[in-house]
Design a protein around this ligand. Sequence first.
Ligand SMILES: Cc1cc2nc3c(=O)[nH]c(=O)nc-3n(C[C@H](O)[C@H](O)[C@H](O)COP(=O)(O)OP(=O)(O)OC[C@H]3O[C@@H](n4cnc5c(N)ncnc54)[C@H](O)[C@@H]3O)c2cc1C
Length: 500
Amino acid sequence: MSNRQTKTDVILIGAGIMSATLGSLLKELVPDWEITVLERRDTAGEESSNEWNNAGTGHSSLCELNYTVEQPDGSIDISKAVKVNEEFQLSKQFWSYLVKSSLIRNPRDFIVPVPHMSFVQGEQDVTFLKKRYEALSNNPLFQGMEFSNDPEKLKEWIPLMMQDRVINNPIAATKIDSGTDVNFGALTRILFDQLKSSNVDIKFKQNVDDIKRTSDGSWELKVRNVDSNTVERHTAKFVFIGGGGGSLHLLQKSGIPEGKGIGGFPVSGLFMVCKNPEVVAKHRAKVYGQAAIGAPPMSVPHLDTRVIDEKESLFFGPFAGFSPKFLKYGSMFDLITSVKPHNLVTMLSAGVKNVSLTTYLIKQVMLSKEKRMEALQEFVPNAKAEDWELVLAGQRVQIIKDTAAGKGTLQFGTEVISAADGSIAALLGASPGASTAVSVMLEILNKCFPQHIKEWEPKIKEMIPSYGVSMLTDPELIREIQASTAQTLGLSGEKQAMPQ
Ligand SMILES: Cc1cc2nc3c(=O)[nH]c(=O)nc-3n(C[C@H](O)[C@H](O)[C@H](O)COP(=O)(O)OP(=O)(O)OC[C@H]3O[C@@H](n4cnc5c(N)ncnc54)[C@H](O)[C@@H]3O)c2cc1C
């Protein structure tokens, strides 16, 4: 046991994309604040943010059908789609600022253009997709979207998916070229390297075991070296709990009243990955389908071109599943130890309400390779088992809380939970995820630093020109921002060669 103690202005727990983004924003806003990062793994971005643990979709609602909901009167509600798109525009603006300031050397290292497509089969879904297309394509944020129900056109767009396809039902797709594939793992590492060179103290193999408030209102963290088991105490005026799936336990340890009554439900993920260059060369898009009945929104099947370390591969999935771990490298006791007297009733209610979801997830875990191949063959009719391997993805911990919809309601979004005095904040949930990191971290700055936000505003606007304005009220601003971020991030100008 060591008695070493340190004091800093800010501690970021966890070296994932969220802490990387908050650290990078703070370094630009207040360069002289001392920041320490505490991470239990050996390197940055090993959990959900890692490129093999998520799908790398720059979520902007260009293809995800669950962000546009059909209303009882048959109209399509696009409000969620617009919100997610605007949030991704904030991320692209901040990344562009970092590129222009030479804080990111080459955007190609983490972002590439990949068309985003939706693909549906059957009369009902084709009608829905057409209506969705009509509702979105008039909106300046979704300009350039195309719709087709012509199999010949679809052969041009998605040759691998159309090869050997038996067409008994109507089929249709939408396509938009401004989609992206983002390597969030690479981006996380790039941002932490940059922070390290700006004197941010990044400590790996350090597990935060406990968090306590001190008499002067700061936070003292008990931190254990995972190799030597020695313990140190680190104190800070502000703590961000960016532990991904590990955040709920840490929030509970802080004891803040805002964290009471909240539980977590872990959903694991698996991808089928194809690295066979002949197959990979026949597909260049992220193609999202409809979720199966009873499936949670995060298990919408999709076939994605991924670009990792300059090599292309295809990901299919994710297949959701159940594991009691809250992190991929977590403990089998994570779920049970997250049940506390204050969230017991909420958790039990959620358990009763979500029996069918749990059953669905357990069945998904038990799927044989043949069954998974059948799901893949809905997308790639002639897929061969030898070309596809299974890869375990990250864990997502969905928030459970009491809402107007009832006790123990499962939430599929993200939520910032912060203390009333703004001295500590945690991020729970995982969707839309890494794509919206900048928007979520701006929310934290607003909630936790209200005394500074006015003085920071000019700098925030320099980094993120659309900060504080709804882009939809200013179509000219949308055009300007989209053109300039596309240029800086290398997302415009070239059309990727389509496979033959
Ligand atoms: C299957 C799947 C697919 C996804 N697809 C997409 C997608 O296509 N697009 C998208 O935008 N998002 C996607 N996401 C979501 C996205 O990956 C996450 O929202 C994002 O990576 C979360 O980042 P984070 O920094 O909060 O957490 P993480 O990346 O999980 O980082 C948390 C870090 O905290 C550390 N930690 C935890 N507890 C402690 C502790 N006690 N002490 C010290 N360190 C600790 C962990 O080791 C970890 O390094 C997907 C997620 C999954 C699982």
